[in-house]
Design a protein around this ligand. Structure first.
Ligand code: NDP
Ligand code: HSE
Length: 438
């Protein structure tokens, strides 16, 4: 057995504690794989006096991340703290002082991943981030290694466990949104700021990381059109079901035939018999379409202490094996030219079919005017239902739900703006895209 490998653990919340538990429970097999032992040199937290799991060694807790990262007996920094500014400063310091890095921080990678990868490469150090996308699913390795010889046409799926959990619980148990979110938080799935989950930002960070690996371009989160699941109500789920669909939180990155990228995160209606419709709770699933390999689907738990720790520690094992072998660092990022312009299809140019739910006054001529507006913007209706709500206060209102044929998004939005501005409509119309290839 070789010299012990020293680890600085930055963060000891859901994931950090999961990492310590996994290392404790699987120590023997992990060290046998590595051919050396792993030793935690220190653990950075914001409040060392906080009550913690008894397996956390309190003597190792510190708030002085800089001193720990700089220390000579640290070989590898594992960042599971989250956030961009402080985590980024510590990761940069680690690389500048010759430490390999494993991180689960997709927000940091989305913002600074290309620069950090370049720094790691310049310093001859490893930067691994398997846990940053889809928790326990090894999608980073699949794109970086398994499918690296193919040309990827599309990567898409469900990459936010909290959103998928919330929609699943709303549908299966009839929970209110806030109650389902509270459950996801207490299970350790949600971000410290859960608006990142429900607003689509977390999925957009992950899509940014995936798209860079898939297409070799310097995709930024600003390139991604983002809508959260906060716009989805139980009423929408029930109507979707009547039409044979489920609503799922999707993230989509595809290379179009004209070379532009289509990058978006949004809830979507997917057919009930589609594979992604069967992905429930905190499960994630990611399709990769390669030119030669065709479609392949990976699924597994996308959030939570255990699955995420599996990915973090798998990265630790890789880095440690490299250290033991004295192997040089791997080439880091898939981005070919960090300064090349990325050409992205504006969301208004998307051609899709749509679910449209309107609340209108129940009086003669409304339906004709609504369908007339849609038709005048080249939006054709494929199916429609009209339903009068049962509550007494809604005597004058009726719900109209349309599924459209394929239309250009900007045309549909123009029609909805016109319709919503009319006296016929009682409250803003809800539009959700339909994704048929899921
Ligand atoms: P938590 O909020 O549970 O834990 C964060 C940890 O970092 C805590 O120990 C906290 O200290 C410490 N910390 C936070 N800010 C500071 C600071 N400024 N200085 C020092 N310490 C700080 O987060 P998670 O464990 O859930 O997530 C960690 C990272 O992993 C994030 O990047 C997240 O996106 C990512 N991730 C999370 C997954 C999950 O399922 N939870 C899955 C995949 C990735 P203290 O304990 O004192 O509060
Ligand atoms: N908050 C994230 C999610 C954690 O719910 O998917 C996993 O990245």
């Amino acid at each position: 057995v070789g010299k012990p490998i020293g680890i600085a653990l930055i963060g000891c919340g859901v994931v950090g504690t999961g990492v310590l538990r996994l290392l404790a429970e699987h120590r023997e097999s992990i060290e046998a794989r590595i051919g050396s032992s792993l030793e935690i040199r220190g653990i950075v937290v914001s409040d060392p006096s906080r009550e913690r799991d008894p397996l956390v060694p309190s003597a190792l807790l510190t708030t002085d991340g800089e001193a720990l990262v700089r220390s000579h007996d640290v070989d590898l920094v594992v960042e599971v703290m989250g956030g961009v500014a402080r985590a980024g400063a510590l990761v940069r310091l680690a690389l500048e002082t010759g430490k390999h890095v494993v991180t689960a921080n997709k927000a940091l990678l989305a913002e600074e991943g290309v620069a950090l990868s370049a720094l790691a490469e310049q310093k001859g150090l490893d930067l691994y981030y398997e846990a940053a996308v889809a928790g326990g699913i090894p999608i980073i390795r699949v794109l970086r290694e398994g499918l690296s010889s193919d040309r990827v046409r599309a990567v898409y799926g469900i990459v936010n466990g909290t959103s998928n959990y919330i929609l699943s619980r709303m549908r299966s148990a009839g929970l209110e949104f806030a109650v389902a979110l509270a459950e996801a938080q207490s299970a350790g799935y949600a971000e410290a700021d859960p608006t990142l989950d429900v607003g689509g930002g977390d999925a957009a960070h992950k899509l940014t990381v995936l798209a860079r690996l898939a297409f070799g371009q310097h995709v930024r989160t600003e390139h991604v059109a983002i809508e959260g699941i906060d716009r989805v109500s139980r009423v929408d789920m029930q109507f979707a079901e009547r039409f044979g669909y489920e609503i799922k939180p999707l993230a989509i990155a595809q290379r179009l035939t004209d070379g532009r990228l289509d990058l978006r995160v949004h809830p979507a209606l997917v057919q009930q018999d589609a594979a992604l419709a069967g992905i429930h709770g905190a499960l994630n699933a990611v399709y990769v379409h390669g030119e030669l390999v065709g479609p392949s689907l990976l699924s597994g738990l996308g959030a939570g202490a255990g699955p995420t720790a599996v990915s973090v520690v798998a990265d630790v094992v890789d880095v440690a094996q490299n250290l033991v072998a004295g192997a040089p660092a791997r080439r880091a990022a898939g981005v070919r030219d960090a300064n090349a312009k990325v050409s992205v299809q504006p969301i208004g140019e998307l051609v899709s079919s749509y679910y449209v739910r309107m609340t209108v006054r129940d009086r003669p001529g409304v339906l004709a005017r609504v369908t007339g507006s849609l038709a005048s913007h080249a939006v054709s209706v494929e199916q429609m239902v009209q339903q009068r709500p049962e509550t007494a206060s809604s005597e004058v209102a009726a719900t109209l739900v349309f599924l459209t044929h394929e239309a250009r998004e900007q045309d549909l939005r123009a029609a909805i703006t016109e319709i919503d501005a009319s006296q016929d409509v009682v409250s803003p119309t809800n539009v959700i895209r339909i994704v048929d290839q899921a």
